[in-house]
Design a protein around this ligand. Structure first.
Ligand code: AMP
Length: 482
């Protein structure tokens, strides 16, 4: 399984680069030393194997801690520093860890960045003699937007991840690459580059979190990377392509781009192929609950029309269901159900009716709408109010609950404004309140929600009603934005 393969690579004493971030680079040999030292520290200090929270900004100690936890048979929970404090606390309280690695203020036992670096550099353990993790054990818990206003933790097993990474290796034919990372480690998009790089003895090239706010740094980092494979969201590619220099000249060795996370438009693909002559674009699809992705489609250069998400990996199967959970025939739209090896255990701390059994196998009701054509899947919207905005997954109810909880809110309706391609351009919260101003609400929300979830705030006195007596969202948007 993947941890056996990764351990073999770590033990090979290789001086090839395993991890590069900013000015810092680390070889596989160094990484092994770091992982060994954290592994022994955790075996000693976390004997009951409760989950470990790893908090930070993509620094090497995060990746080393993830691996140390995995070899030691301990689930880990990645939290990025861009998640505001209140939300981080909610995650930590749900996890109830023995240990938090990273600089964070909490009631739990935390190992500061300095201490973990000290352990990594100065302890002298030099061997991992046993892999404690069993296939059915939790590998990691990744939190995603939840309808209650609290993020929900997806419990992914070792066998889920093993299946995902072996499949990724196969569809990318990766071997000693330079793999570009876009996403921070609390998103499951990052799982692809984190582990594909390890299993193929590749260099994991990190776009540092801060640079995302600074275009010129992103471009100088991109140039430095000389990446051969990139994992990214279409939104990120669109953003990069607003600058003409995002082309073959910048990344002459780029040969594969793996897209995931949201609808990929034909226009994005066309532009990408025109800027990079020698690349292959792969569209992949799947929710965090199904371990990064379960379908893939290699996009031909001359493709026209809608881009499919492709065929499912061999140990999974896709079905399209009607309202009564009956299988629909080819070409008919319905809810996408995924079955098979990639389905996570569920959410931590609560049971969800989205995790079901279907035809005797584990299954997950995605809430995505789509259809199959000869085994090839097309995704076409959602059944509910979950959206993707700038590549991020957001439950509109998560935003609504957080606004309601501010107090003195009479009514709130959160609506996504979409463009002609159904892509969300803006999220707007229409709010009736007696005392609060738009500025005050924004300020309060910043403490509770990550920046990409903070909507534009509009205070209004009256909500238009449709003939069913519900808020008329369309009219509300028209009244405000024409
Ligand atoms: P996440 O859990 O953040 O990976 O988000 C999963 C959701 O993103 C899916 O349920 C879909 O709604 C959407 N999604 C992921 N990949 C694609 C894709 N290739 N095309 C369309 N939607 C996608």
């Amino acid at each position: 399984m993947i941890l056996d393969d990764i351990l073999k690579i770590l033990k090979s004493n290789s001086n090839s680069i395993a991890y590069r971030i900013g000015e810092n680079k680390y070889t596989y040999k160094q990484l092994y030393k770091y992982v060994c030292n954290i592994y022994h520290f955790l075996l000693e200090n976390n004997k009951n194997k409760k989950p470990v929270v790893v908090y930070g900004a993509k620094e090497i100690y995060m990746k080393a801690s993830f691996l140390a936890c995995s070899f030691a048979g301990i689930p880990y929970v990645p939290i990025d520093i861009n998640i505001p404090q209140n939300r981080t606390k909610s995650i930590i309280n749900q996890v109830n860890p023995n240990i938090i690695i990273g600089d964070i203020d909490s009631n739990f036992n935390s190992i500061s960045k300095n201490t973990i670096y000290n352990i990594m550099e100065n302890e002298s353990y030099n061997n991992i003699d046993n892999i404690y993790l069993k296939p059915e054990d939790t590998y990691y818990i990744i939190f995603t937007s939840g309808t209650t206003g609290q993020p929900k933790g997806v419990d992914v097993t070792y066998s889920n991840l093993n299946s995902c990474i072996n499949w990724l290796k196969e569809i990318t034919s990766a071997n000693k690459e330079i793999i570009l990372n876009q996403a921070n480690f609390s998103f499951d998009l990052s799982v692809a580059d984190l582990y594909l790089s390890l299993i193929t003895e590749s260099e994991h090239f990190i776009l540092s979190t801060n640079s995302m706010m600074d275009f010129s740094t992103i471009f100088s980092e991109l140039k430095k990377s000389n990446a051969t494979i990139a994992v990214m969201t279409p939104s990120f590619a669109d953003l990069l392509m607003t600058d003409d220099s995002f082309s073959e000249k910048l990344l002459p060795n780029l040969r594969k781009i793996i897209f995931c996370g949201e609808k990929l438009l034909n226009s994005t693909v066309k532009k990408m192929y025109s800027r990079f002559n020698n690349i292959e674009i792969i569209n992949t699809y799947g929710p965090t609950e199904c371990t990064f992705a379960v379908t893939s489609f290699v996009i031909p250069k001359d493709i026209e029309g809608v881009i499919p998400v492709g065929k499912s990996k061999s140990d999974c199967e896709i079905f399209i269901l009607d309202e009564n959970k009956k299988e629909m025939p080819d070409g008919t739209k319905g809810e996408i159900l995924i079955t098979g090896e990639s389905i996570a255990k569920g959410y931590i701390n609560f049971k969800s009716d989205k995790f079901i059994r279907f035809k005797g196998r584990k299954a997950y009701l995605t809430g995505d709408v789509g259809y199959l054509k000869n085994g090839t899947l097309y995704v076409d919207g959602r059944k509910d109010t979950q959206i993707k905005y700038k590549g991020y997954r957001i439950e509109l109810k998560d935003i609504e609950s957080n606004i309601t909880n501010l107090g003195d809110i009479e009514k709130v309706v959160v609506i996504p404004k979409k463009d002609e391609n159904e892509k969300v351009e803006m999220i707007i919260a229409f709010i009736k309140t007696k005392s609060k101003t738009e500025l005050e609400i924004r300020k309060e929300l910043k403490k509770r929600l990550p920046s990409y979830m903070i909507p534009k705030i509009k205070i209004i006195q009256k909500f238009p009603i449709n003939k069913n007596g519900k808020c008329d969202d369309k009219k509300l948007l028209e009244e405000c934005y024409g």
